[in-house]
Write a protein that binds this ligand. Structure first.
Ligand code: F7E
Length: 343
C-alpha cells in the first residue's frame, strides 16, 4: 500500500547520484520525491535512462529559497532527506564563489532549519566531499584528518559538514555527513575529467572527431569509485542507530594520466607521452596521431594534488565495501560512451 511506504526526498534528482540513489530506493520500495531546480539546464535524461522517470514524484526545489524548503518539509514529512543538490563543479567555484557558498553552504543550513522546525523526525544525509581535505594533512585521509579546503567549493562544503555535526549535537537532528571521494559512472557529467576523457575518446574511436582531447593537470591523483556502489552507503548511514560522519572511498589512488591511458586501451590507443608540462602531448604509437594534449586553460588556481581515503570505518560499522575497482570503472565508462556514439 502506497501509504505504508517510507518517503525519501532526494534533492539533486537530475544528477548522477540522484539517479542511482532513486533507483536503489525504489527497489527498496520507497516512495521517492525527486526535488529539482526549475530552469536547471540538465534534463531528466538520466532518470529516463535508468528507466525510473515515471516512478518518481517531481517537486520544485531551490536550495536558496528557504520558504520553499520549509513548505516541502512541512507538507511531506519525509522519513529521509538526501541532499545531493549543489554547485558541484569545483573549477566553476572560482568563477561563482558567492553562489557556491550560498547553495552549497547556506542551502544546507536552510534544510537543517526546516527539519528542526517542521519535520524533526526526518533523517538527513549531506553529500560531503573529499575536497574538504584539499591540501591533504595526512595520507590516507580518515574521518579524523584535519581539513584544508583548496577551493570555494571545498570551503562551502566544509561549512555544510560542520552544520550537520552541529545540528546533530545541538538539536538532536539525525544529520549524517558522507565524505565521498570522487565517484564516477557512465552517467557522470561531461565537465568532470573522467567522463570528459571517455566521451571524447569515444568520438575519436568512432571517427566523429579527429581533434585531440584537451586536458589540464595530468598529474593530480584521485580515489575514484563507482557511483552505483556509493549510493548504498548514503542509505546505510541513515539506517544506523546514531548519526555520524563516514569516509567513503576505495583506498586506491590514480593520476589523471593513468585514467587516460587505461581508457585509451579500450579504444586501441597505445599512448606515448612527449614534451613536458604545458606542452605535453599523448600520441597513439600505432597511428602516430596526437589524441591528447595539455591546455593550461584547464589548470585550477589551486590544485588538490592527491586524494586517497581510508574507508575502514564504513567497512567496520556499516559493513560496506566498494565493489567496482579502477580498471573496471574505466572500462565501464569507456564502453558505455562507445556504445552511445555508435547509436
Ligand atoms: O577533476 C583534473 C583536475 O573535475 C579531477 C566533483 O564531483 O569530486 C569531483 O571534483 C581532477 C582535478 O573532479 C581536467 O584539475 C585535468 O585535479 O573530475 P574533476 P574534482 O574536482 O576532483 C569531488 C569529490 C567533488 O565533491 C566534486 O563535486 O582532474 N583535470 N584536466 C581536469 N578536470 C576537469 N574537470 N577537466 C579537465 O580538462
Amino acid at each position: 500500500m502506497a501509504d505504508s511506504k517510507k518517503i525519501a526526498m532526494i534533492s539533486g534528482i537530475t544528477g548522477q547520484d540522484g539517479g542511482y540513489l532513486a533507483k536503489f530506493l525504489l527497489e527498496k520500495n520507497y516512495r521517492v520525491l525527486g526535488l529539482y531546480r526549475r530552469g536547471a539546464t540538465d534534463t531528466f535524461s538520466k532518470l529516463k535512462e535508468h528507466g525510473i522517470f515515471e516512478q518518481i514524484e517531481l517537486l520544485d526545489f531551490d536550495l536558496l529559497e528557504l520558504s520553499n524548503i520549509c513548505r516541502l518539509l512541512k507538507k511531506h514529512q519525509p522519513d529521509e532527506f538526501y541532499n545531493l543538490a549543489a554547485q558541484s563543479f569545483v573549477a566553476a567555484s572560482w568563477e561563482e564563489p558567492i553562489y557556491t557558498a550560498q547553495a552549497d553552504g547556506m542551502g544546507v543550513l536552510y534544510i537543517l532549519e526546516a527539519i528542526r522546525e517542521f519535520s524533526p523526525k526526518t533523517r538527513f544525509y549531506q553529500a560531503s566531499t573529499s575536497e574538504m581535505f584539499g591540501k591533504v594533512q595526512e595520507i590516507p585521509q580518515t574521518e579524523k584528518t584535519p581539513f584544508y579546503p583548496r577551493s570555494p567549493y571545498g570551503v562551502a562544503k566544509l561549512m555544510a559538514h560542520w552544520a550537520c555535526v552541529n545540528y546533530s549535537e545541538s538539536f538532536n537532528v539525525f544529520a549524517c555527513s558522507g565524505i565521498l571521494f570522487n565517484h564516477e559512472s557512465p552517467m557522470r557529467g561531461k565537465e568532470f575529467v573522467t567522463r570528459k576523457i571517455t566521451s571524447h575518446f569515444a568520438r575519436i574511436y568512432t571517427g566523429k572527431t579527429g581533434e585531440p582531447l584537451e586536458l589540464g593537470n595530468l598529474n593530480s591523483k584521485r580515489d575514484w569509485g563507482y557511483a552505483g556502489d556509493y549510493v548504498e552507503m548514503m542509505w546505510k548511514m541513515l539506517q544506523h542507530t546514531t548519526p555520524d560522519t563516514y569516509v567513503i572511498s576505495t583506498g586506491e589512488t590514480h593520476s589523471i594520466r593513468e585514467f587516460v591511458e587505461e581508457a585509451g586501451k579500450h579504444c586501441g590507443f597505445d599512448l606515448q607521452w612527449q614534451g613536458s608540462e604545458d606542452s605535453e602531448t599523448g600520441t597513439d604509437k600505432k597511428t602516430g596521431k596526437v589524441v591528447v594534449k595539455v591546455n593550461p586553460k584547464f589548470y585550477r588556481p589551486a590544485e588538490v594534488d592527491v586524494l586517497i581515503g581510508n574507508p575502514e570505518k564504513a567497512k567496520k560499522v556499516l559493513g560496506w565495501n566498494a565493489k567496482v575497482d579502477f580498471k573496471s570503472l574505466c572500462r565501464m565508462m569507456m564502453l558505455a560512451d562507445i556504445e552511445r556514439e555508435k547509436k
